[in-house]
Design a protein around this ligand. Structure first.
Ligand code: AMP
Length: 289
C-alpha cells in the first residue's frame, strides 16, 4: 500500500476499494478507527478524528450525507457538501483515509434492508423524526462492515444516537468498541453543528438560549432542585426569551435508558431540541451527582 505522507488522507469513493483497503489493514494487524460523519466538518468532528488518531493505528473518516436518515421535507438537498474543504482539514491532522461513497453505491437499485433498533429510538428524536434512527443504524452498520473498524468515535452532541449505536453493537454482537467524545462548543457556548451555518446572524444570537437553558438546569440541580418539571419550566422560560425559538422537547432522563424522570435523584441527562427559525438544533448536558 502506498504510504506516502504527502497523500494523506487518501480519498476513497468506491465501496469495494474501501473493503479491499480494510482487509489489507486487518491482515497487517492494524487497529482501525472510524469516525462516521456527514461532512461539512468543524472542530467537533475534528475532535473525534484527533481522539481516533490517539487510539487507533489507522483512521478512516467517512464523509457521507446519508439520504435514508432524512425524511421527505427535511434538509437533505440543502445539507452542506464540502468534501474538498473537509479533506484539507483532515490533512492537517494526518487522517489516513476519507471514505466518501456515492449514494448510488451505498443504496443501489433493489437495496431493501433496514436495521431497526427498538426501545430507545421511540422517544424524543424518534418522535419528531420517526424514520431517522433506522437510517442511522443501517448506514452505521454498513460503514462498520465496509471499514472493518475496531473502534468508532461518536459525539455526545447526538446523545440519543450514541445510545442507539451502543444498542446496535450490543444487540447484534458487533465486534467494535464505541467511544463517545465530549461536545465541542463555540466560545459563547453554542454547540458546533454543520447546521449552524443555516442561521441568520440574529438567529445565531438567539441560538445561545439552548446552552443557557442547559446551564440553568445544571445550576438548579446543583443547588438542590429535585423536581424535574420545575427545572424544565426554567429552561423553557429561558428559551422563550428568543423570539424565533420553538421547543420541540425539553427533557430530563436517565442517562442510560433515557426514561423520563420527574424526581432527580442520581445522574441525569438534560436534552433539548429547539427550532430557531427554520433550523432545528439539538443539545444536551449530563449532570452527575
Ligand atoms: P454529523 O456529521 O453531524 O452526522 O456528525 C458526525 C459526528 O460528529 C457525530 O458523532 C456527532 O455527534 C459528532 N459531532 C457533531 N457535532 C459535534 C460537536 N459539537 N462536538 C462533538 N461531536 C460532534
Amino acid at each position: 500500500m502506498a504510504e506516502n505522507q504527502e497523500l494523506k488522507p487518501l480519498v476513497v469513493t468506491s465501496v469495494s476499494e474501501m473493503q479491499r483497503i480494510a482487509s489489507e489493514l486487518r491482515r497487517a494487524g492494524k487497529r482501525i478507527g472510524l469516525v462516521p460523519t456527514m461532512g461539512a466538518l468543524h472542530l467537533g468532528h475534528m475532535s473525534l478524528a484527533v481522539a481516533a488518531k490517539e487510539d487507533a493505528d489507522v483512521v478512516i473518516v467517512s464523509d457521507f450525507v446519508n439520504p435514508t436518515q432524512f425524511a421527505p421535507g427535511e434538509d437533505y438537498d440543502k445539507y452542506p457538501r464540502t468534501l474538498d474543504a473537509d479533506v484539507t482539514l483532515l490533512q492537517q491532522i494526518e487522517v489516513d483515509y476519507v471514505f466518501a461513497p456515492q449514494p448510488s453505491e451505498m443504496y443501489p437499485d433493489g437495496f431493501n434492508a433496514k436495521v431497526h433498533i427498538g426501545g430507545v429510538t421511540e422517544l424524543l428524536e424518534g418522535e419528531f423524526r420517526p424514520t431517522h434512527f433506522d437510517g442511522v443504524a443501517t448506514v452505521v452498520l454498513k460503514l462498520f462492515n465496509m471499514t472493518q473498524a475496531d473502534v468508532a468515535f461518536f459525539g455526545q452532541k447526538d446523545y440519543q444516537q450514541t445510545l442507539v449505536i451502543r444498542k446496535l453493537v450490543r444487540d447484534l454482537n458487533l465486534p467494535i468498541e464505541i467511544v463517545v467524545c465530549p461536545i465541542i462548543r463555540e466560545r459563547d457556548g453554542l454547540a458546533l453543528s454543520s447546521r449552524n451555518q443555516y442561521l441568520s446572524s440574529t438567529e445565531r444570537q438567539e441560538a445561545l438560549v439552548l446552552n443557557k437553558a442547559l446551564e440553568k438546569a445544571e445550576e438548579l440541580i446543583r443547588s438542590g432542585e429535585r423536581d424535574a418539571p420545575v427545572v424544565i419550566d426554567a429552561m423553557r422560560a429561558i428559551i422563550a426569551t428568543a423570539p424565533s425559538a420553538v421547543v420541540d422537547y425539553a427533557y430530563i432522563g436517565d442517562p442510560e435508558s433515557l426514561v423520563e424522570l420527574s424526581r432527580i435523584a442520581g445522574d441525569v441527562v438534560v436534552l433539548l431540541a429547539v427550532r430557531v427559525g427554520k433550523t432545528r438544533l439539538i443539545d444536551n448536558r449530563i449532570i452527575r451527582r
